[in-house]
Each structure stands twice: as structure tokens, then as C-alpha cells.
Design a protein around this ligand. Sequence first.
Ligand code: GP9
Ligand code: MN
Length: 406
Amino acid sequence: NEDDWSRIEKHLNEYRVSPNPDMFGIAKDMNVIVVSLESVESFVIGETLYGEEITPFLNELIDDSFYFENFYYQTGQGKTSDAEFLINNSLYPLGRGAVFLTHDTNEYQALPETLSQYGYFNSVLHANDKTFYNRDVMYPNLGYDKYFSFSDYNISIRNSVGWGLKDIDFVEQSMNYITKFHEPFYSTIITLTNHFPFHLDEEDHLIEPFDSESIILNQYFPTVRYTDEAIRVLVEKLKEAGLYENTMLVMYGDHYGIANTHYEQLARFLDKEIDLYEEVKLNRVPLIIHIPGIKGEVLDTISGQIDVMPTLLNLLGIPERDHTMFGNDLFSKDRKGFAVLRNGTVVTEENIFINETCLNYKNGEKIPLELCEPNRERGAWELYFSDKIIYRDLFRFKENRLLVKE
Ligand code: GP9
Ligand code: MN
């Protein structure tokens, strides 16, 4: 096991870059709200349908935030829960199954656990049954103090659709809890309305469905638009409660919404052919970081959900110290764009490795496979070592695993 750790650390040190010192602690002691935007993909951001913005509120928020336009989801079969795992551990989820289900009793060095040491009250709000994805077991293990789930909400036929409580009602009811939290708090809010198959009552349509042969794709636009509205409500309520000015807001798309079986119709919306190169780009989801009092900008660094935790630690002024994290600070000056997806696809600033094919990153042209080899290999090692930590529960054997606040 010592041997395992030395190999893992050697690998991580090879690619580790120093976090940006200018960003260190700029959100120190602020509350943190992380919003999981169910199935929201990057291709809707800043786009219009029939002349209307699909995500008017997120677009507005982005103007005043850091927005990562080349941010990739890295989830596997555990979907939403895999994304939560990535965000809170900077470890990859597993290639098979949901790590929330299969490795719920492992030791981790999760973000909530660290935040506890800095006085944070950690919670999750999500209007689904508490046992779904085994969250009631996994959350305490990751260091969450409280989980507000199905039974903590007033849910009726009137305020439900598809998978459950509608996002706007969910946000409104969640705010009754959030406004009473001990500060500083770290809170994960998991939206749900924009979930496959994207059902939404007509009266909640704030934009017309698309018109194509894919009903799934058509319905996706009104549900995305609805979730966008729920985020507007969230921000308004945070302002009313006087929390907006001391809360860092982080929002990410958890995974794809439109599966490739609908790409023929999606191509009509995008108005371009979806070749292998475009397919890779369709794995992008939004990442928005809003820090009160900071201007923000659009950043194009190639990145993934794995990079969120080191970024948040740095912004909160918490040294990385002996956290084992596979991601790197998104603001690091030495950062080299890199993202490995759970299926082994690797995206870098030079090239893209996908399906045994190598593409030039800039123009998507096919190039010799050898050119992708070093990146492919790095990607494979990343997943291999992260898997090893989880399968063998290696944090049990890691020295200095107990972090002590300075
Ligand atoms: C379930 C919700 C949706 O609670 O998080 O999960 P998904 O099907 O997207 O993984
Ligand atoms: Mn999901």
C-alpha cells in the first residue's frame, strides 16, 4: 500500500501545478452554494431558439462571473451522483456502477470534511427520496452534516412534474432552510426538473419546444429554460435574504442531457453536422463561479469536474496540503488544459483522443494516432490510479490523512 501511494503520488506530482496565488482566499469565509444543474449542456448557453434566449438568467449571471466554456463532464453510470463525487473529492467516479452505491464506506478526504474543520455547516438539498443513490449513507461519510430530502418538502401533484418537485417550488422551499443556516455554510443544491425525458406542463413553458422528429430534444428546451428561471428565483431570494453578497455561487451541468441517438435532430438545431469532433465538444457542460465583488471573465481552459475541488479550496484560502486530488486549480497560471472522460476520451490543447482516433484540437482534422499517445496514456493512468484508490480504499493507509487546520 505504501508502494501504491508512492506510485500515485509520483503520477500526481508529474502533472500538479501550483494554484494561482492571486486568487488564494478571495472568497475566504464566504458561504458556498454549489448548484447541480440537471442535464444542462454547454450548447444551450448564450444560444437562442426562435429568437429567445434559452438560458437568459444564466447568461446574465455569466456576465458577472467566471465562466468555463471548455469544461467537460466526467461522470459514469452514477450520473448525478458521480458528478457530486467528482466535485467533492477530485477523484474520478468508477468505470462501472455508481461509486455512491459501491464504495459508500470508504475513507475519503472530501471537501465537506475539510470545510468542517474551517467551521462550515455542510448540507445537501434535493427533493428526492433520501436513499436514492444511497445518499443517506454517502453524505455523512463525505462530511455533510444534513441532507434535506423528499420528506423535508411539501410535495403534491400540483407542484410536481416528471421526477418530482418542480425546481422553482424546490428552490423556494429550500430557501426556508438556507436562510436559517449557521454561517459560513457549504450547501449543495440538486435540481431535477430538467431530467430525461424532460416533461413539463404547458403552463410552465417559458419558451416553445423545438420542432424536430425527436420529442426528447424538442422538450429539452422548455425544461432547461424552466430550470434557468428557478436559478433566477434562487438568486433573487438570496439577495432578499442578504446572503448574495457573502456567498460564492458555483453552478455546473452534471452530465449530458441529449444522448447521441438524438444527434441527427440536434444537428438541425446546431445547424451543423455532428462529426466526431463536434461530438467531443458536446461533452461540455457549463461551469459558472460567481464571487461577490469580483468581476469575472470567460475562460477557455480545457477542464473537467475533477478540477472544481482544488479551485474552490484555493478561492476559500485553504491550502491544498496533503489532499490527494486529481484535478488542478482552474485559475493556475501554469495550467495545461486537460480532461479525461470516463470512457477514456482525452481532450488537451494539442489534440483529442477518441475512439482510437486522434484529432487536431484546433480544427478537428484527423492526425496520426501516435500524436495522441502521451495524452491517451496520461488519461488511462489518471483513471487507473483513481480507481485503485477507490477499489482498495487506500485513504485508510495514507499517512497524514488527518488534516489539521493551521
Ligand atoms: C436523482 C437525480 C437524478 O436523485 O439526482 O439522477 P440522474 O438520473 O441524473 O443520475
Ligand atoms: Mn443528473
